[in-house]
Design a protein around this ligand. Structure first.
Ligand code: AMP
Length: 429
């Protein structure tokens, strides 16, 4: 029997597997990950890692009972043992991150943290292009500040990540969904506007009126989109403080030269957002065009039992960024590939290979008993700059032959130390 990966999951093999989908290769992933890490560091963010599963209740408390993610997309299971608690694979990383911040009393050590994460998330959605059941999120949580500049900074940071990844086709839409003071009034205004037209909305939206009326704004059903475009906008119901906050965010984005548009339809699917919400999307993706979503969540830390501090963050789909990237990435080239001219020279060659590796060089040799010709073919395919050849003559002199794969035919016999120095030099040139 042949096994297949579970539906909605994808393997990421090495580049040389040459899969039909360009994004499915670890060379591309590693090159993006390195760029992303460099951007996070430049913006003063530090990494945090949390478990891939948490108590189910954590997600109910934070992401919210009425969010699609919690309502119908979580992979939940009963724990073993007496307690029989319910656990869920994380559908997003914010709840676990905030739990970790509180559990390790981070805010007692420093009142403001800029954290980043990258790792798998799980949602039981119907798989389609760009939508998986296991996918990878990278994101940030800036915990402990109500400053609108931090909202802007997270967006500027993600724009920088896209630039460094080579994603040119993107747009940023922002909105404010108000705070505890003004959100209630907006909720009522929305309900009042929706109720007379209710039968025309889809079944989901009809349920949402009572449970979470804001979600009607991001319903994707065409009929609902047409109806909800006429609904009142949050910013028109925002209190003076929320309006001031939004104005500062916009000013900071303009100052940084980060293009954006204000879109009253951006409400985000999760319950914990306050004030600023935003989404990055890319026209080079298909129906699943969202690259990144985020916003401010000024009450979540307090609601989870922590201090009353403001926070803002975003989460982006790594697969989506890779899909939107214009350039691929080549596999890393080793410094050398070693060739044994006779089978009995494989052992001393193996020794030489390991000495070069200990000297900091990267390289490999044949482990399949291939012919000399096939070994050279492998050397060529590996992309190595040099072939390191061990024949009886070199072995007798305690030397190896270095063959420059770029300059066809150019070869010289050198000691292993000389080879190491030449390889280092050649790799640099
Ligand atoms: P969300 O919190 O749902 O806005 O998710 C944040 C980002 O994660 C989205 O903008 C997508 O890029 C990505 N994402 C969400 N769900 C999936 C999925 N099922 N498969 C792939 N990427 C996803």
């Amino acid at each position: 029997m042949k096994f297949r990966a579970p539906e909605g999951t994808r393997d990421i093999p090495p580049a040389q597997a040459e899969t039909a989908e360009r994004w499915r290769n670890t060379a591309l992933w590693q090159s993006l990950e390195a760029k992303v890490r460099e951007c996070f560091a430049r913006f003063g963010y530090e990494e945090i890692r949390t478990p891939i599963f948490e108590l189910t209740e954590l997600f109910h408390k934070s992401s919210g009972e009425t969010s699609d993610v919690v309502e119908k997309e979580m992979f939940s299971f009963k724990g073993r043992g007496e307690k029989g608690e319910s656990f869920s694979l994380r559908p997003e990383l914010t709840p676990g991150t905030i739990r970790a911040v509180l559990e390790d009393s981070l805010l007692e050590k420093k009142s403001f943290w800029k954290l980043w994460y990258m790792g798998p998330a799980f949602r039981g959605e119907a798989p389609q292009a760009g939508r998986f059941r296991q996918f990878t999120q990278l994101g940030v949580e800036a915990v402990g500040s109500a400053d609108p500049l931090v909202d802007a900074e997270t967006m500027i940071l993600f724009a920088e990540i896209l630039k460094s990844a080579g994603v040119a086709a993107w747009e940023l839409r922002i909105n404010s969904i108000g705070c505890g003071t003004c959100r209630g009034g907006y909720r009522e205004a929305l309900r009042a506007a929706v109720t007379p037209e209710l039968p025309k909305y889809c079944e989901n939206c009809r349920r949402r009126v009572e449970r979470n009326v804001f979600r009607i704004l991001d319903c994707k059903v065409p009929g609902c989109v047409a109806l909800s475009s006429l609904l009142p906008a949050a910013i028109d119901h925002a209190c003076a403080a929320c309006r001031g906050h939004m104005a500062s965010v916009e000013e900071a984005l303009k100052g940084a030269g980060t293009p954006y548009t204000v879109d009253p339809r951006i409400v985000r699917g999760l319950d914990y957002y306050t004030r600023t919400v935003f989404e990055f999307s890319s026209s080079s993706l298909g129906a699943q065009n969202a690259l990144c979503g985020g916003g401010r969540y000024d009450t979540l830390v307090r609601d989870m039992g922590g201090p009353d501090v403001g926070s803002v963050g975003f989460a982006a789909g790594v697969e989506r960024i890779l899909l939107a990237m214009e350039q691929g990435a080549a596999a890393a080239r080793p410094d050398f590939f070693a060739v044994a001219i006779r089978p009995e020279l494989r052992a001393p060659l193996f020794e030489a290979v390991n000495r070069l590796r200990r000297a900091g060089l990267s390289g490999d040799m044949d482990f399949e008993g291939k012919s000399i010709k096939a070994q050279f073919r492998r050397a060529d395919k590996s992309g190595a700059r040099y072939a390191l050849v061990l024949g009886p003559e070199e072995a007798a002199q305690g030397k190896v032959k270095l063959k420059d794969m770029l300059k066809e035919g150019e070869e010289r016999a050198v000691s292993l130390d000389e080879a190491a120095a030449a390889l280092k030099e050649g790799v640099r040139s």
